[in-house]
Design a protein around this ligand. Structure first.
Ligand SMILES: Nc1ncnc2c1ncn2[C@@H]1O[C@H](COP(=O)(O)OP(=O)(O)OP(=O)(O)O)[C@@H](O)[C@H]1O
Ligand SMILES: [Mg+2]
Length: 308
């Protein structure tokens, strides 16, 4: 199927989203909606930014890496999936965990609290762009700090959409936005899942719990039903995989809830080593990096299938 997408000029576009042209102009340049410079807007893009309907108009894919269980490989997969994707695409990694594990691998200095930007509990929200750091070519990081742990109680309806709102102006600047989620079910995770287009679930193959997978499955279903119909499940990635034997039964158990990626991430000592040295994986172990390139290729394939 070709792209049958209606094009609007500025006036038509303003009318389509129900704003007067002046307000519309301010809003699109503020949000950097694709077309804000040329004055020509795709209907599908407007629909996405202004939420008139649910379509895939963005040029970025937001992927939440999520599992409420600790130590499953969320941060590891976020880091090296982002590194692999950044070889060919512009990538933003959002550290959305108060533990700030990903942040501490890249930054030694103090970073401002993400909470200063979000507009929570009566604070005014601020443009998030100045908080972003470039860590490598095509690879930007939105750092986290411990204060994110204060995001616990929704006081207003909007408090579920703080992250979604914060990154809206960034969406046109990146092809992939990866969110490293915390090991908990709560407002922080809900913000990530409401912001995301896709979810990827790392599962540690050695000590794995079907109950945990069922809980996460139920959370995802709830979010899809109530708050984010766009959210699509990319699937589960088996991590720390060590041999063929255990895999069949395990994958069967997981498959009751999630599709399972063909790519499995092997258990490799170079992974904790790269993290201890605060180094990129490609600089430490090219074989393991290839494993994440395969994962990146499969992620892109799955996203393309979902989009078409
Ligand atoms: N494939 C792997 N091979 C070897 N070690 C790994 C692998 N994946 C993760 N690890 C190690 O396991 C530990 C936990 O991984 P990681 O921090 O990525 O999990 P997490 O799900 O982000 O944890 P948390 O829930 O605390 O955020 C880390 O020390 C990491 O280096
Ligand atoms: Mg983590």
């Amino acid at each position: 199927m070709g792209n049958v997408d209606t094009m609007f000029d500025l006036e038509e576009a303003a009318k389509f989203v129900g704003l007067n042209p002046d307000d519309f102009q301010v809003k699109v340049s503020d949000l950097k909606v694709p077309g804000w410079k040329t004055g020509e807007f795709k209907k599908s893009v407007l629909s996405k930014y202004f939420e008139t309907e649910n379509t895939d108009g963005f040029d970025s894919s937001v992927i939440a890496i999520s599992n409420q269980k600790g130590g499953e490989g969320k941060t590891t997969i976020s880091l090296y999936l982002a590194e692999a994707l950044s070889e060919n695409h512009k990538v933003l990694l959002i550290d959305w965990d108060p533990q700030a594990n990903a942040t501490q691998l890249f930054l030694n200095d103090d970073v401002p609290s993400i909470m200063d930007y979000l507009g929570y509990r009566g604070k005014k929200s601020k443009h998030i762009e100045p908080a972003i750091r470039t860590v490598s070519t095509n690879f930007d990081l939105l750092p986290s700090t411990l204060e994110l742990a204060n995001l616990t109680t929704p006081y207003e309806r909007d408090d579920f959409e703080l992250l979604k709102e914060a990154i809206l102006p960034l969406r046109s600047s990146y092809e992939f936005i990866i969110i490293d989620c915390p090991p908990s079910l709560g407002l922080i995770l809900e913000n990530a899942l409401i912001c995301a287009d896709y979810i990827l679930v790392p599962i540690q193959t050695r000590a794995f719990s079907l109950q945990g997978i069922r809980d996460l499955y139920e959370t995802i279903q709830k979010i899809q039903r109530k708050a984010n119909q766009r959210l699509k499940l990319l699937g589960a990635v088996l991590n720390q995989y060590e041999g063929q034997k255990a895999l069949a039964g395990l994958a069967e158990g997981v498959k009751k809830y999630f599709p399972v990626f063909e790519t499995v991430i092997q258990r490799r000592e170079s992974i904790p080593q790269a993290q201890a040295k605060m180094s990129f994986l490609s600089k430490i172990d090219i074989t393991t990096m290839k494993n994440f390139r395969e994962l990146a290729a499969e992620v892109k394939e799955k996203i393309n299938v979902q989009k078409n």
